[in-house]
Design a protein around this ligand. Structure first.
Ligand code: ZN
Ligand code: ZN
Length: 181
């Protein structure tokens, strides 16, 4: 959603609160695409802090479908975020802050603030490192791919690592040769 800042930039009002909603349908992170299930309406407060300078403040909550790190089932995952960004329409960034300001103004097109783009950068920073459907998720069978939370597939998963299997074979052979001598 785009917020129209014209009233603020023209000095008609010094402060404005917008009732806004995010319009993104997915959140993409490192090649993965997470569908948005819901997002709370936002109150976005924009305050004049100086000559053509504005502070954007809001906090929100979005619910995404993120696959469980073990069994890959989608988990409804709540991500909270806070917005606190300064916009500077003067554009005369001093050397020290030039990177910050360029980044901030990338959300602005004319007098419109791209709320989704601004919120997205916060949402990405607050994505959980790992999502599990439950603490003791049993994950998938490495042999047949069955979801082990739904029951045992009957596969023999005692030896999962081929290197371990080789060691076990050597051990078995040694035992056998001992017995035969
Ligand atoms: Zn799981
Ligand atoms: Zn299996």
């Amino acid at each position: 959603m785009l917020l129209d800042l014209t009233e603020l930039v023209t000095g008609k009002v010094r402060e404005k609160t917008y009732q806004a909603t995010l319009s993104m349908e997915t959140v993409e992170s490192q090649g993965a695409v997470y569908p948005v299930i819901s997002s709370d309406p936002l109150n976005v407060r924009v305050i004049t802090t100086g000559t053509k300078k504005y502070l954007v403040e809001s906090e929100g909550r979005i619910v995404l479908h993120i696959p469980c790190g073990r069994c890959l089932q989608d988990v409804a995952t709540q991500v909270e975020f806070q917005l606190e960004r300064e916009l500077d329409f003067e554009g005369k960034a001093d050397e020290e802050h030039i990177d910050d300001q360029l980044e901030d103004m990338s959300y602005v097109d004319g007098y419109h603030l791209d709320l989704d783009a601004m919120a997205l950068s916060e949402i990405l920073m607050n994505l959980p490192y790992r999502v599990l459907c439950k603490e003791d998720c049993k994950g998938l069978c490495l042999k047949c791919g069955a979801n082990l939370n739904l029951g045992d597939c009957g596969c023999d998963r005692v030896v999962l690592d081929p290197r371990m299997a080789a060691i076990q074979d050597i051990f078995k052979n040694a035992m056998n040769s001992n017995e035969s001598s």
